[in-house]
Design a protein around this ligand. Structure first.
Ligand code: IMP
Length: 430
């Protein structure tokens, strides 16, 4: 297949950065298709660390085209800041290398105000959002009052739309007893950034049509993970976009068959940032061990991630719902040294055994994991580059995961280093 879509199969932070970097070195075009600067992908290339939030990972490589698709919500100030940061690191960012869909939705300063206000209004039950304004920006898009990149070109329409949008939001702010936000202020701020943002804007679906005609390899770079998907995740403790592989098509403007191989990035244990159900969470020494050894702190907010055992039920659900063809299993080395490992193979709900995560918030809170226990390994998997370098128990663990989730391991990552990867087959040629 000439295209690969990378999506997270858990709650995000599965270690996509390294895999996406490895794949982007083989791709010609890298496309972001959902989310915004709530994402955080860390790339380490030739000893240099790049922390990307909104820019596609292809940006740090020469002669790759990076695309921000229409499914992304773009904070223009955050984007220009990120461009400046990578430029300072020696990366060339020009309109030849970066195209932003002219129909992408903008995140405006009002959206982070609303994000914080709505979190505050939830009192003791917040979602734990990144407070980047992601949810409110998507709300505006669906409510048909959003400002799109192309609106920056037509100032009369821009002004009119901003007035309409702020009429709506100020009524809410007033109701919450908060200060109103002026449409004129936002307009003035947009005037500072519009020319630079417009210099990157383009008709992405046509760019992708041409790329496909030219036989280019396209990598669709997903952010977050299936359990944070607004339809299929642990609603309402989710983000506001779809991580589903089909979103690679809708969020960039290609047909479903152009998405190609769907690679699910999967951590060898489970983590989650923010609030919400997490059946296999370990609030004990095991969780602390995984968190410390796995350096489980968020790239975007620096928050400590919650940690727990591998949940095969959730990953099998993601594999099935999103049509994942194979997985990239990451951070196996973090499990080195644990005497025994647990894998969740089902749940108990009201005295009954079930093999999926129900949709209801109440049921998700109540499910108790059913575990299988496996022997751990005393040897090291760190840096392994072939199956024969792995302890027998580690091979058993990986094989059992494949069996439980119903998908093969396409790639196995054994350290943050790029070359510490065991490749079963190249997804671009699968
Ligand atoms: P939002 O995307 O800022 O609205 O946050 C909604 C939920 O998604 C919160 O629980 C966040 O912690 C979570 N979330 C958003 N982006 C990421 C990510 O890139 N990795 C992990 N969790 C995320």
């Amino acid at each position: 297949m000439a295209s690969v879509a990378v999506i997270g199969s858990q709650w995000g932070d599965e270690g996509k950065g390294k895999i996406v970097d490895w794949l982007s070195s083989r791709a010609d075009v890298v496309v972001r298709f959902q989310g915004g600067h709530n994402a955080g992908h860390t790339l380490v290339i030739d000893g240099k660390t790049y922390k990307l939030h909104l820019l596609p990972s292809g940006i740090v490589r020469k002669s790759k085209l990076s695309i921000i698709g229409n499914g992304v919500v773009v904070d223009p100030w955050a984007l220009l800041e990120e461009i400046k940061t990578v430029r300072d690191q020696g990366v060339d960012v020009t309109p030849d290398k970066l195209v932003i869909a002219e129909n992408a939705t903008l995140i405006l300063p009002i959206h982070s105000v609303l994000d914080a206000a709505m979190e505050g209004a939830r009192g003791n039950d917040p979602i734990g959002t990144t407070k980047r304004g992601i949810g409110p920006a998507y709300e505006d898009k669906i409510a048909r009052r959003a400002i799109k990149v192309c609106d920056l070109r037509d100032l009369d329409i821009l002004k009119e739309k901003l007035d309409g949008m702020m009429l709506h939001h100020n009524a809410l702010l007033k109701g919450l007893g908060m200060d109103e936000v002026s449409a004129d202020d936002i307009y003035t701020k947009l005037m500072d950034v519009k020319d630079e943002i417009l210099s990157y804007s383009g008709v992405v679906w046509r760019v992708l049509e041409q790329a496909r005609k030219d036989g280019k390899k396209i990598l669709f770079e997903g952010a977050q993970g299936m359990m944070l998907d607004v339809d299929h995740g642990t609603y309402p403790f989710v983000t506001s976009s779809n991580m589903h592989a089909a979103q690679a098509a809708t969020g960039s403007g290609v047909g479903p068959d152009a998405v190609g191989y769907v690679l699910g990035i999967t951590k060898a244990y489970t983590t989650r940032v923010g609030a919400g159900p997490f059946p296999t969470e370990q609030e004990n020494d095991v969780g602390t061990y995984l968190g410390e050894k796995g350096h489980e702190f968020g790239t975007t907010t620096g928050r400590k991630r919650r940690c727990g055992w591998f949940d095969a039920v959730l990953v099998r659900q993601s594999v099935t719902v999103s049509g994942i063809h194979g997985i990239a299993l990451t951070k196996l080395d973090v499990l080195d040294g644990l005497e025994e490992l647990k894998i969740c193979v089902g749940y108990e709900l009201d005295g009954k055994k079930i093999d999926y995560l129900p949709s209801s918030q109440v049921a998700q809170d109540k499910v108790a994991p059913i575990y299988e226990t496996m022997e751990g390994w005393s040897g090291s998997t760190q840096g392994a580059r072939s199956w024969k370098d792995l302890p027998a128990e580690a091979v058993k663990y990986v094989r059992h995961i494949e069996e439980l989730i119903g998908a093969p391991v396409t790639l196995l990552s054994t350290s943050p280093e790029r070359d510490d990867t065991i490749l079963m087959h190249d997804p671009f040629t699968s």
